[in-house]
Design a protein around this ligand. Structure first.
Ligand code: BG6
Length: 514
């Protein structure tokens, strides 16, 4: 047994370095420069549920600069006090807020009423921001967060620019928007033109909240901060990759939006494509926004296009029928409030995709997402090829289960590796799993997903945001699938099941059920 007294021996045998250095270098971001957040649509759901709690978390965590302001802007008639009361109520409703934190945060908040299509409102907004900046030493850095329906994006961008608020002479002026970025390639380009004639690409932050999820960010760390995965992360060793985003919820109260979008536009054009790109990209030379996004763009360009003829073989669309989901009776999609009775909107899709490049030639990527599936589960599985030859064939037969690396993104974040081991006792082989729970052994600070996004906006780091070329390439790739499906090719599945049987056939051997 190695003696830990002997440093050289300890290093070689026990893996304990002679001069231990801290395990990991961490970067805790703190914003120094003053900034003003202007949140349009501040009385809406997104602001109350996500943005306010995120700003409160950043404030509580000491990430905010000393001088900052949160200016609520919406059509509702409010004054600073009623606005603060409303924001406090929102914070209470979504997890509560420490009274001390609230007392510190509240004085930074103010409100101005704005009509999004009225240029005069924006001139008044500009004047109010200048006055606030002078009074509170806020400097000229501004972030305009559009927590409004996408139909208002253009009006707000135009009116901000006309009021001189897109101009960066006094500090940065950043525009933050949420998906959907258009409904297809043509509308994405119209939106792009509307924004780009007023704002430059470096000013536009297109959010994909999946990119802010810890375990999504971890994909690149796992791949490129370890030497053992990358050499086998290619067509020689990988049989297929599956990317699953299952939800047990239905369309909820969002039918008016969802029925125009469906699962392909709602989940695939954005979140699923980002997950695919992170699994497939080449290592950039530096973890830096443009370099990472350049590599993602290369993946999107390499997606093998579908012809209309290929579709039946590579795409299965479904819509949920009534059933029982998580123990509760669930209505059919067509019976959900606000859904037209004859709707052909898919709520489920399974797709087989190829990335045509040297690394991934011949390796299918299966992407599956749907509503009203048995559980909420987002995970990526890298299924490795079986051993090339079984020297145990006389004992166990020819088939030995292959290794599988699973990256669980939610709900319980973990990485697990399944491999074969001898069972204790008799001569049998069994499949065992090595698990790493993402938070195990960690007690440091944490950043909720939206807090990370807002922090990066303040820092001007666009790594976790969509770039327009990626948006357009993904719309282009999905274009052949976006029309209403032929009714005979929209398969019903019972709520609470793993999608239509046809999906099982597409994924043959690569079972959707865990
Ligand atoms: C949103 C979609 O972008 O993502 C929703 O519009 C979906 O339909 C949601 O439910 C899923 O996000 P999460 O973080 O719950 O997996």
């Amino acid at each position: 047994m190695a003696d830990a007294q002997d440093p050289a021996l300890a290093e070689v045998v026990l893996g304990r370095p002679k001069n231990p250095t801290p395990d990991a270098a961490c970067r805790f971001d703190h914003v120094e420069e003053p900034v003003t957040f202007v949140i349009f649509g501040v009385t809406g759901d997104l602001a109350g549920r996500m943005l306010l709690p995120a700003l409160a978390a950043l404030y509580a965590g000491g990430n905010m600069p000393e001088n900052f302001a949160i200016v609520g802007a919406s059509r509702t008639e409010l004054n600073d006090d009623t606005f603060r009361e409303r924001m406090r109520a929102a914070l209470e409703a979504f997890g509560g807020v420490d009274p001390e934190i609230w007392d510190g945060l509240a004085p930074h908040m103010s409100y101005i009423r704005v009509h999004y299509d009225d240029p005069a409102s924006f001139t008044a907004l500009g004047a109010a921001l200048d006055a606030l900046a002078a009074e509170q030493h806020l400097g000229g850095n501004r972030i305009f967060y559009l927590a409004v329906p996408p139909t208002a994006y253009e009006d707000i961008a135009v009116n901000l620019a006309m009021a001189g608020l897109a101009d960066e002479t006094r500090g940065h002026a950043r525009l933050v928007i949420e998906k959907p970025f258009g409904r297809d390639l043509a509308t994405a380009r119209v939106l792009e033109q509307a924004l780009h004639t007023r704002f430059s690409e470096h000013q536009i932050f297109r959010i994909d909240h999946y990119l802010a999820k810890e375990t999504v960010q971890n994909i690149l760390m796992l791949r490129f901060a370890n030497a053992i995965f990358e050499p086998i992360w290619n067509r020689r060793y990988v049989d297929y990759v599956s990317i699953l985003a299952a939800e047990s919820i239905g369309v909820e109260h969002r039918a008016s939006y969802y029925d125009h979008f469906g699962v392909l536009r709602d989940m695939f054009q954005n979140h699923m494509m980002q997950l695919l790109s992170l699994c497939a990209i080449e290592p950039p030379s530096l973890f830096e926004a443009e370099l990472v996004r350049d590599e993602k763009t290369k993946v999107f360009r390499a997606l093998r296009p579908f012809s209309a003829a290929d579709l039946a073989e590579n795409l299965v669309l479904g819509q949920y029928a009534s059933g029982v989901c998580a123990g509760i009776k669930a209505p059919a999609y067509l019976d959900e409030e606000g859904v037209p009775g004859e709707s052909l909107t898919p709520t489920f899709a399974a797709m087989k995709v190829y990335v045509d490049n040297w690394r991934w030639q011949g390796v299918p990527f299966y992407m599956i997402s749907g509503k009203r599936l048995p559980e909420k589960r987002t995970e990526i599985a890298v299924q490795f090829k079986p051993v090339p030859f079984s020297m145990f064939r006389e004992i166990f037969g020819d088939h030995i289960k292959a290794n599988r690396l699973t990256l669980r993104i939610q709900p319980d974040e973990q990485v697990s590796l399944t491999f074969q081991a001898k069972a204790p006792g008799p001569m049998c082989l069994r499949s065992v799993t090595m698990n790493f729970n993402y938070y195990q052994g960690y007690e440091g600070p944490q950043l909720p997903a939206y807090a990370k996004v807002l922090l990066d906006c303040m820092l001007g780091d666009q790594t976790l945001f969509w770039r327009q070329d990626g948006v357009e390439l993904c719309w282009k790739f999905l274009a052949p699938m976006l029309g209403d499906p032929d009714p005979g090719r929209l398969f019903l599945y019972k709520a609470g099941t793993w999608g239509p049987q046809e999906a099982g056939k597409l994924l043959t051997g690569h079972g959707l059920t865990p």
